[in-house]
Design a binder for this molecule. Sequence first.
Ligand code: NCD
Length: 307
Amino acid sequence: MKHLIDPMDLSVEEINELLDLADDIIADKDRYANVCRGKKLATLFFEPSTRTRLSFEAAMMELGGNVLGFSSSDSSSSAKGESVADTVKVVSCYADIIAMRHPKEGAPLLASLKSDSPIINAGDGGHNHPTQTLTDLLTIRREKGRLEDITIGFCGDLKFGRTVHSLIKALSRYEKIRFVMISPQELEIPEYLREEIFDKKGLSYEQVQTIDEVIEKLDVLYMTRVQRERFFNEADYIRLKDTYILDVQKLCNAKKDLSILHPLPRVNEIAVEVDDDERACYFKQALNGKYVRMALIMKMLGLEAGR
Ligand code: NCD
């Protein structure tokens, strides 16, 4: 049995296979309608979520399977003091596959050591979010037609943003990716990522503080929210929260085929007026998340579509 805790748990070949399967599901949804009949997915969300939990549940339903779970720790026995290990041991008696989100880094990894069913990390603190990465890769590949030779700008909270960390890791294995980090000094990528990904692999990245100085060369702009819940003090959050606001004016010098991604939820970092620009891909991206999770559930359960 295999779990998905870190994007690096998947080889590039496995990622590409998942994206191919997601493309196929998008092209021929009916063929996949009963693939998971009789199977159950549990969503254990100890932290808030809209897209990730609901897209997992919608994905399982569209595969003909069933879902169970909870959407906050208050409504589970963790409020009574139950450990993650015990919760997951029990839930794995009820469900064939488990998607888990937790505010503590490493909680899904610990769960995977205790679970009798495969565990999917649906976000652990400021650490990883591998299924958002699959969503992002599918979106980039569908928009750009490739996953190599791309200049991608990551903008906003690169310190605490787990979607950024996971996507950087995954993209570091594709050829000719030019990374541009756009953040205030306090929110630069964590040291461990610099050492383990960039230094170790001999890759480089450009670090800047404004969108304006790099916008014209980007193929993809990955905007992120400042992660309020991970700050140690509110004053720092308030000072940094509106550092970047992408509006139509800022896009004047951008490429005509720029793809603007955002894992969502957005707070202020993309003006609503940008939604009407054809370069805005973030709502398409949210939809892609459902299809790639369908592909992932199928692969992890070892299921194939009927002919
Ligand atoms: C992200 C997350 O939870 O890390 N959201 C998501 O899963 N789509 C990004 C965020 O919360 O800012």
